[in-house]
Design a protein around this ligand. Structure first.
Ligand code: ZN
Ligand code: ZN
Length: 374
């Protein structure tokens, strides 16, 4: 089949349906032109998208989304970043993907030229949001600084695309980037190898995927702490060796007990609770590492003396750098864990506000809410 014959396979309209953000918490569905892929880009027909906690933050408050150097409100901008779909048009020079390929996306393409992008830390690009006239460094982070996936189509840089195998459902494919975020924190930034002990605090989507990834990497034991027994049970199903309900047990004492009295090699902090950083410190062994993946709204006191005298490494992560998402996708393709366990609800494109409400209010204990276009 020639390229031209293949391109007829997908009828691409000129206009699509897309949700756009007005003022805070004001979403409306509008007609927008279908975007054109440029060099090293493809047009993705979006088939499914998951709602992320960061979407809720952005829709209500703005940051970390940044459009034309400022808040994302009233700029005809489309949020949403955890999507998957089908390649329906190739930009100039693209031969890495073919029409009809199923793909899932990571978010940040970065600028590709700053120090961090050159190190593969494109989620920490120094030219964040600089992609508009008069200040164009080519930065792209769909659903953050460029149009996202609560729409029928989106343009993606090929660096942000991961092939989806036929064996993986659309819903599962939307979760690859969440697993990739947990993986980036533990392995690419943290250096986790098999046999090390890991505590994950907070069984939200990233925490639960952190459990799955840590277990798949060969960590032992993998310990999950939280407050809700049904979430902890899910953690057990995803590979946690031990779960601790912090309402019933002292998590620091229990972690010490489960790690031969010395504490864990890694703590992946996903709760964002005010006391969580110090608790993570006290759960960690000397020379251990703490990855901060969530944050309290206010500043919190930190026991610096404990960090110094115990040689503890403390680092934040932002998103899913160093192609961690590709590796998470490979684990999922191999069946190392079943990410679909965290997918709880499904809605249609026209129901995006309902999907967001379910995710925000955790209606029926919603964890990952997916919007499915077809
Ligand atoms: Zn997200
Ligand atoms: Zn950059």
């Amino acid at each position: 089949m020639t390229g031209n014959a293949k391109s007829n396979q997908f009828k691409i309209p000129e206009i699509m349906k897309a949700w756009v953000l007005g003022g805070p918490d004001e979403l409306s569905i509008v007609d927008k032109p279908v975007p054109e892929p440029g060099m090293a880009e493809v047009l993705v027909r979006i088939d499914a998208i998951a709602v992320c906690g960061t979407d809720l933050e952005i829709i209500s408050h703005g940051p970390p989304a940044m459009i034309e150097g400022g808040l994302p409100f009233n700029k005809n901008w489309t949020p949403g970043h955890e999507y998957m779909g089908t390649v329906v048009k190739l930009g100039q020079g693209v031969d890495e993907f073919d029409l009809g390929d199923r793909v899932t996306v990571e978010i940040h393409a970065g600028c590709g030229q700053c120090k961090r992008c050159r190190q593969g830390m494109y989620t920490s690009c120094h030219n964040y949001g600089k992609n508009y006239e008069g200040n164009d460094k080519g930065h792209r982070a769909n659903g953050f600084t460029t149009d996202g996936g609560f729409a029928e189509y989106a343009v993606n840089n090929i660096n942000t695309l991961i092939h989806v195998p036929d064996t993986m459902s659309d819903e599962e494919a939307t979760l690859v980037v969440t697993a990739g975020t947990a993986m980036y924190g533990l392995t690419e930034l943290g250096g986790l190898v098999a046999g090390e002990s890991v505590v994950i605090t907070g069984p939200g989507p990233i925490g639960l995927m952190g459990v799955a990834v840590a277990k798949a990497m060969g960590a032992q034991p993998v310990i999950l702490t939280g407050t809700r027994d049904n979430r902890l049970k899910m953690g057990t199903e995803l590979g946690a060796d031990h779960v601790i309900n912090i309402h019933n047990e002292n998590p620091v004492e229990k972690v010490k007990e489960l790690t031969g009295g010395i504490g864990a090699d890694y703590v992946l902090e996903c709760s964002g609770a005010a006391q969580s950083v110090n608790e993570a410190l006290y759960m960690c062994n000397r020379g251990g590492r703490i990855c901060l993946a969530a944050f309290p709204d206010k500043e919190v006191p930190i026991d610096v003396k404990y960090i110094v005298t115990n040689n503890i490494y403390l680092y934040g992560i932002r998103g899913e750098g160093k192609s961690a998402t590709h590796r998470a996708g490979a684990y999922m393709e191999q069946g190392a864990f079943d990410a679909t366990k965290i997918h709880t609800h499904t809605f249609q494109l026209k129901e995006v506000p309902t999907a967001i409400k379910y995710a925000r209010e955790r209606i029926e204990d919603a964890i990952k809410v997916v919007v499915k276009m077809r």
